[in-house]
Structure formats: structure tokens, C-alpha cells
Design a protein around this ligand. Structure first.
Ligand SMILES: Cc1cc2nc3c(=O)[nH]c(=O)nc-3n(C[C@H](O)[C@H](O)[C@H](O)COP(=O)(O)OP(=O)(O)OC[C@H]3O[C@@H](n4cnc5c(N)ncnc54)[C@H](O)[C@@H]3O)c2cc1C
Length: 472
């Protein structure tokens, strides 16, 4: 078992200071006031680490991990703490290991469409750096301005354009990572084809910092399309909007993004929406299309034809990049805005097959009525990935009990429709005890076996991702 005491042995702290460069005291923080900033993430949970390490190289991370293994200290890797599931919270105290100072873009290689970056690079900084080269890295979580590439990889975090361009798993060629024993490993290759060895790159991506600490990534870049446009479709009902998504996905033209907002989300946006919607609007689709200059109009026409239905109230096309940004502004504002609607928010990111989305949204409306809760839904409709937000007041016992009961029913519903509990946020602490609803015992045992093979002392992000078995 890893050490659970909030206090760490002086010999361990001294060892950390030595491996981090003795004179650089600010690389190891032990004052609780300094550690406080590393005690929470966007899940609103909190647990204070006993110390924080701020390494600046892979070699330093390796030396720190070796010291942690020697002293059996629990380690919680961390990007910028924007995760929604408590993954970057250290429930056992121990050491928070923040990658924030490993923020260098090491190379950009347009001929091979590759960039090598350190794990602490902020997603948006990378995109800004790539733009003059005519490339981008596809994963675009709404938190791109704050979250790190390491955090994006650890969670397989994605965003709207995953629909066309895929998730981190589809856009990463290789990783440098540090094992819980402090060994440096290199996975994948610099090339887009390679079948040598097991695919540890895809294994580490999405493992939420439980198997190894990612310190560098070799990322596959995509050229920026010469033309793009944003479309907005307003519908009289969620059912009509969901059916339109199915029809759009069933035709040949691939949109870059199809985002969905239900009537609760539209109401929440209220005055923020700068382009007034038809009064009867109960659901909204935001659709991005990109491609060659010549083919763009044809793509828009094909998507518009598929989106047509008796319930389509309005079809709007942004006339410029500025107008497109305004249309997207409301969608991007939604997540933080909901925090203002109710003091408590359970924010899930379930996924169902696109063709089952209408059934899902219908059933969610029924659940909201049964539990007398406000449920607001929006998200990446083209992937069937819906952010279901149960809004409630934690000070109200009835609402709290109803929200928790409703959550379990939302998960049961999702699985009954052939879906999955999380499309991009991951499991962390928040959802660990629901995982065995989706993954059977035998499969879970294989996963636990991999964890104990890589981390026999269970010191790397313990207590995350797997159902609680032994109070770990
Ligand atoms: C307003 C807002 C919008 C968001 N929108 C989206 C969205 O559209 N799509 C989406 O997918 N997510 C979204 N998120 C969730 C979150 O931003 C992402 O999961 C993001 O990838 C987390 O990055 P981070 O650097 O903040 O990681 P952290 O929150 O610090 O860590 C997340 C997890 O990754 C692990 N980890 C971090 N760095 C490393 C590393 N280098 N090696 C190993 N493990 C590591 C941590 O231990 C933890 O388990 C949103 C969050 C907010 C607050």
C-alpha cells in the first residue's frame, strides 16, 4: 500500500530537493498555502497534497518517481487541473506532480506532419504555434486555453472536431513516459506506419495518469482546410434535431462538427445569444464544415438537404469568420454558465450510438419530470456524446437524493441504448464505482492486471478509474 499520511518523511523531501537541484527550492513545495492550489480540479472535490513537485525535464520526473517508489509515496500527476472527475486530486495526500513547467514545443516538422512537445504545453499555445505552418492538432476540448497536452492525452480529451478528425488516440504517434518505478519508456514511432511491438501509445492515452507519467508526445498534425463555414439549424423539438443528426451522419459529406443544445441550454444562454432564435426553438444544431474552397458550397447544400424537416424553423449560415465565432461563443460559454444556474451540477458526458440519440433525449426528459430536476443537455451530437447536466441545490436533501438516484438511472439508460458512460471526461474519482456497470468482471480483471504489472506498489494515481475494492 502507498503511504496515506499527509506528512512525508524528511528524508524523502530532502531526496526530492537533491534530484530537483538543491538550490532550486521552489521546485518542491511543502508549505500548505503553496500546496492548496494543487488540491482541486474542476470536479470541485478537494484533498491537500503534502508536497508538490514542479519538474522541468523527463530525467527529473524519473528521479522523483524513483524516490517515490523507494519511499512508497502516492503520486498524483497533474496538468492544469481542468479535469471534471477528480483525476488530478490526490485523495491520499502524498505528492502532486505538476507538469506545468515542462511547457516547451520541441519541434515542428511540416514535411512529416509531426510536432514534438512537452506534456505541460497548453493546447491553445500549440495551436497558435502551428497556425503559421498551416497545421493544427485536432483535439480541441473547450478548455483548450487552459488544459495541457499531457492532460488531454491522459483523458483522451476531445472536442467538437473529433467528429471529423478523431481524438488524441487517433492523432498521436508516440510518447515518452516515466513508469512508477522511475524508468523512462518510449512508445510508438516518428512515422505514421509502424507495427513493431505492442501499441503502448494507445494504452497510455486515456489511462488517466494511472500507468505512467507522460512527459513528451510526438503528435500527428493535420493541415488547416482552405475553407470553412458554420451553420446553425433551429428546431421545434429535440426529436426533430436528433433525427436530423442521424440523417446528416447517414449521407456522404462529413461535417467537422455537429454540436447540439436542448431547450434548457438555450434558456440558460438567454441574453448571451447575439442572434435571436425563432421563438418556438426547442433545440439547436451548430454545424461546422471545412474542405476545399470549390467543394464547400456543395457540402453545405448536402448537409442542408439532410437537415430539412417539418420542424426546421431556421437555417443560418455565418457570413464571415467573425460571425462564425459569435455563433460558437454561446456554445463555448455553456459549461461555466450552468454553474451560475444552480449551486450543484453533476456533469456527465455519456455517449450513445447516433441513431439512438432521440430515444436518449426523450428518456432524459422523462427522468427530469420523474425526479423533479432541471436537466440541461448539450454536446457533440455527431458523436452521440451528450453532456447531461443534473442541476440541483446540494443544501436541499430532496434534490440531492433525487440527483444521485437520477444519475444512476441515466447510466442504466445509456448502457441499455448500447452506449458508454464517458466519451471524453474519463472516470477519475467521480465515476469509478459505476465502471463495472459497463465493463464485465473478466475484462476488468485484465485491466487491473495491467495496472498491477506496471505499478506493483500502487503509487501512481491510486484510487482512480477502477471500482473501489479494498478502500484504496
Ligand atoms: C470549461 C471546461 C471545458 C471543458 N471542455 C472539455 C471538452 O470539450 N472535452 C473534453 O474532453 N474535456 C473537457 N474538459 C475537461 C478537461 O479540460 C480535460 O479533461 C483536459 O484534458 C484536462 O487537462 P488538464 O491539463 O487540466 O489535466 P488535469 O485536470 O490536471 O488532469 C486530468 C487527468 O490527467 C492526468 N494527467 C495530467 N497530466 C498528465 C501527464 N502528463 N501524464 C499522466 N497523467 C496526467 C491527471 O492525473 C488526471 O487524472 C473541460 C473542462 C472545463 C473546465
Amino acid at each position: 500500500m502507498s503511504r496515506t499520511s499527509p506528512d512525508l518523511p524528511a528524508a524523502f523531501i530532502e531526496q526530492l530537493r537533491i534530484v530537483s537541484g538543491q538550490h532550486q527550492q521552489r521546485k518542491i513545495l511543502t508549505d500548505p498555502a503553496d500546496c492548496w492550489a494543487y488540491s482541486y480540479d474542476n470536479s470541485r472535490g478537494r484533498s491537500l497534497p503534502a508536497a508538490v513537485a514542479l519538474p522541468e525535464s523527463t530525467a527529473e520526473v524519473a528521479a522523483i518517481m524513483a524516490a517515490c517508489a523507494e519511499h512508497r509515496i502516492a503520486v498524483c500527476p497533474r496538468g492544469r487541473g481542468t479535469g471534471t472527475t477528480g483525476g488530478a486530486i490526490p485523495p491520499q495526500g502524498g505528492l502532486a506532480l505538476s507538469l506545468e513547467r515542462m511547457n516547451r514545443i520541441l519541434s515542428v516538422d511540416p514535411a512529416n506532419r509531426v510536432a514534438i512537445v512537452e506534456a505541460g504545453v497548453i493546447n491553445q499555445d500549440l495551436q497558435n504555434h502551428l497556425q503559421p505552418h498551416g497545421f493544427f492538432w485536432p483535439p480541441d476540448p473547450t478548455s483548450a486555453a487552459f488544459s495541457t497536452i499531457g492532460g488531454n492525452l491522459a483523458c483522451n480529451a476531445a472536442g467538437p472536431r473529433a467528429l471529423k478528425y478523431g481524438t488524441p488516440r487517433d492523432n498521436t504517434l508516440g510518447l515518452t513516459a516515466v513508469t512508477p518505478q522511475g524508468k523512462i519508456i518510449r512508445t510508438g514511432s516518428y512515422t505514421t506506419k509502424s507495427v513493431v511491438g505492442l501499441d503502448l501509445t494507445r494504452l497510455l492515452i486515456g489511462s488517466e495518469g494511472t500507468l505512467a507519467i507522460i512527459t513528451e508526445a510526438t503528435l500527428l498534425l493535420t493541415p488547416i482546410a482552405p475553407a470553412e463555414t458554420t451553420l446553425r439549424a433551429s428546431y421545434a423539438s429535440m426529436k426533430e434535431a436528433a433525427a436530423a443528426v442521424s440523417r446528416i451522419m447517414a449521407q456522404a459529406c462529413q461535417p467537422r462538427a455537429i454540436e447540439f443544445m436542448d431547450s434548457g441550454a438555450i434558456r440558460a444562454l438567454g441574453e448571451l445569444e447575439q442572434n435571436p432564435l425563432p421563438e418556438q426553438t426547442r433545440a439547436l444544431l451548430l454545424i461546422d464544415v471545412d474542405g476545399a474552397v470549390n467543394g464547400l458550397q456543395e457540402s453545405v447544400d448536402a448537409i442542408k438537404a439532410a437537415a430539412q424537416s417539418a420542424g426546421l424553423l431556421e437555417w443560418l449560415r455565418a457570413g464571415s469568420a467573425k460571425e462564425a465565432a459569435i455563433l460558437w461563443q454561446s456554445r463555448k460559454a455553456l459549461s461555466p454558465l450552468l454553474r451560475k444556474l444552480a449551486p450543484g451540477k453533476i456533469n456527465e458526458d455519456i455517449v450513445v450510438p447516433v441513431s439512438r440519440m432521440a430515444e436518449l433525449l426523450d428518456a432524459l426528459e422523462r427522468l427530469a419530470g420523474q425526479h423533479q430536476l432541471l436537466i440541461v443537455n448539450y454536446g457533440h451530437a455527431g458523436n452521440g456524446n451528450i453532456h447531461v447536466n443534473l442541476l440541483y441545490d446540494p443544501a436541499d436533501e430532496r434534490q440531492t437524493a433525487a440527483a444521485n438516484k437520477c444519475l444512476a438511472e441515466v447510466f442504466e439508460l445509456t448502457l441499455s441504448l448500447g452506449g458508454s458512460l464517458s466519451g471524453e471526461h474519463g472516470i477519475g474519482l467521480a465515476k469509478r464505482n459505476f465502471v463495472d456497470l459497463e465493463i464485465d468482471t473478466e475484462t476488468l480483471a485484465v485491466m487491473r492486471g495491467i495496472k498491477s504489472q506496471m505499478d506493483p506498489l500502487n503509487i501512481l494515481n491510486p484510487g482512480k478509474m477502477y471500482p473501489d475494492q479494498s478502500g484504496d
